[in-house]
Design a protein around this ligand. Structure first.
Ligand SMILES: Cc1ncc(COP(=O)(O)O)c(C=O)c1O
Length: 455
């Protein structure tokens, strides 16, 4: 069978699709595996209990409405039954959007209306839309005097701080349109201990990018906290990025999948800002609901209208199930309380455990840990490791431990001569204590042997 160029682009095997298959196979296999590779959130009992109660209330609501015609009529737009048995409009479930407007306006001074919010089937779906809206071929308004044919300009999404989220890499319908800026690497201490580093935006390199000055950047995007590193860009860095975005008249997209106010897996003391040049992307996944596939975009009405139009073509309407589950939790702020009191402390505890285990296993070796500031991952840097971390990944896999090697986290960068991109790994800290302990023990054993042999 022959596929179109579009078909070929989306079906071609990539290094990362192979890795993702490995992760999926490992989950299905009956061999014990230390799964430190995936992006699944942890199962947190207190949080799951609340979801269970919400499912039960939803089921009861549907039963009641079925039994009692008067309830059905009275709540015709509001019952779970009605929300599930009708498509929403392409912007998404209106009652959930209204609840989100009130929620955000209660906690921030953003002054939002329903025209500022659209829902998507997960935030990955949002990035597919946004990166194709702002990256790729643009028609140039200035027509060539001697030629009436339309001129096009190819624009990229600027990632101001690589490494960045692996899921961005292949979303463009045609080619890849990313430009990334490599980080400054600062050695820092963490909880009074040495052996940590933090990435910072290299603003000098960024401001001197010819593409920025020549109008070949369509949007700036960063995840904050960052997947894969657990970095949190500082408020000063965010203000500077927002100023550059305004100066060049492009939007600043903030991927807030791990940020505040939910799931709030963020330990540094920072603020979340929004204005109408900012596109904020939220997700229900990391509060523990990746299966409901619900993303939330907060942006200017023009962007919301564009996303809604894309929803209509691609999905008719986004899923209403996540909206039905999350609406009561947003209305009564439970989503924020769960994030502050259960989700954040859980990952903070996991981060402490992971630091202790890593220091015990590799404290005397050239391991550097990215300062854990948020998200559900650790980013480990093995300075001058004698093999690439892609090879390390294979050796760890043979010993039943899965991580993700660093080279795939640099969209828009030619990593062939950037050694740092071959010396790091991403390790999830969402696993249970035993898995984390066993997995780090295997990493320690393999990495120690590699360094020892190279002496
Ligand atoms: C930084 C980041 N952005 C976006 C996503 C996509 O999340 P979802 O589509 O489940 O909302 C993920 C998932 O792991 C992520 O880590």
């Amino acid at each position: 069978m022959k596929f179109s160029k579009f078909g070929q682009k989306f079906t071609q095997p990539t290094g990362i699709s192979q890795l993702m298959d490995d992760l999926g196979d490992a989950l299905k296999s009956d061999q014990p595996v230390n799964m430190l590779g995936g992006g699944n959130p942890a199962r947190i009992d207190a949080v799951n209990e609340v979801f269970l109660q919400t499912y039960q209330a939803l089921g009861q609501d549907i039963l009641n409405a079925e039994r009692d015609a008067s309830i059905k009529e009275k709540h015709s737009d509001n019952t779970a039954l009605n929300s599930m048995s009708n498509y929403s409009n392409p912007q998404g479930d209106a009652a959930f959007i209204d609840a989100l407007v009130e929620f955000f306006n209660r906690h921030y001074d953003w002054n939002l209306s329903a025209d500022n919010i659209a829902l998507t089937n997960g935030s990955q779906n949002a990035f597919f839309y946004l990166f194709n809206l702002f990256g790729g071929a643009f028609s140039d308004n200035k027509l060539d005097e001697h030629n009436s044919d339309e001129q096009t300009v190819d624009k990229s999404i600027l990632l101001p701080l690589a490494p960045e989220y692996i899921g961005y890499s292949d979303v463009h319908v045609d080619g890849q349109h990313f430009m990334s800026v490599l980080p400054h690497i600062d050695e820092v201490s963490h909880d009074g201990e040495e052996g940590f580093f933090k990435y910072r935006v290299d603003f000098e390199a960024l401001e001197n990018l010819p593409a920025l000055k020549e109008g070949r950047i369509g949007a700036i995007c960063c995840s904050r906290p960052t997947n894969p590193t657990g970095n949190v860009l500082t408020d000063e860095e965010m203000e500077h990025l927002a100023e550059i975005a305004k100066r060049y008249d492009v939007p600043l997209i903030i991927d807030n999948a791990y940020g505040m106010p939910f799931p709030n897996i963020i330990y540094s003391d920072v603020q979340l800002s929004w204005d109408d040049n900012t596109i904020l992307c939220f997700s229900l996944s990391k509060i523990g609901l990746p299966g409901v596939r619900t993303g939330v975009i907060v942006a200017a009405p023009e962007v919301i209208a564009a996303v809604s139009a894309m929803n209509a073509v691609v999905n008719l309407a986004p899923t209403r199930f996540g909206a039905a589950i999350a609406k009561p939790l947003v209305e009564n702020d439970r989503i924020k309380q769960l994030s502050d009191n259960d989700i954040k402390p859980f990952y903070q505890q996991q981060a402490k455990l992971a630091v202790r285990l890593l220091k015990e296993a590799l404290g005397d070796y050239p391991l550097m840990i990215h300062k854990p500031e948020g998200a559900i991952f650790f980013w480990l840097w093995f300075k001058d490791l004698p093999i690439t971390t892609l090879e390390l990944y294979e050796r760890l896999k043979d010993k039943g431990t899965l991580i993700v090697p660093s080279q795939f986290f640099f969209p828009g960068v030619d990593v062939s001569d950037y050694q740092h991109a071959h010396e790091c790994i991403r390790m999830s800290i969402a696993a249970d204590e035993q898995t984390l302990t066993d997995g780090i023990a295997v990493i320690g054993e393999v990495v120690r042997e590699l360094y020892d042999k190279a002496k």
